[in-house]
Design a protein around this ligand. Structure first.
Ligand code: SF4
Length: 53
């Protein structure tokens, strides 16, 4: 899984880190937290989280 953020659209609300700190705090561990990543993507205020499965 590859996860990235288009930072120009990020509102900085920190929701992604709250929902999935293993990925959004560490930046590179998507495999063990796939459902959390997708949850964060769905709730991202800036709609700027991209996931390639
Ligand atoms: S949830 Fe989206 S808008 Fe909010 S901090 Fe994360 S990337 Fe930025």
């Amino acid at each position: 899984m590859k996860v990235w953020i288009e930072q120009e659209y990020c509102t900085g609300d920190g929701l992604c880190e709250e929902l999935c700190p293993a990925v959004f705090e560490m930046g590179d561990d998507g495999l063990a937290h796939e459902s959390d990543v997708l949850d964060a993507q769905a709730q991202c205020a800036g709609e700027c989280i991209y996931v390639k499965l």
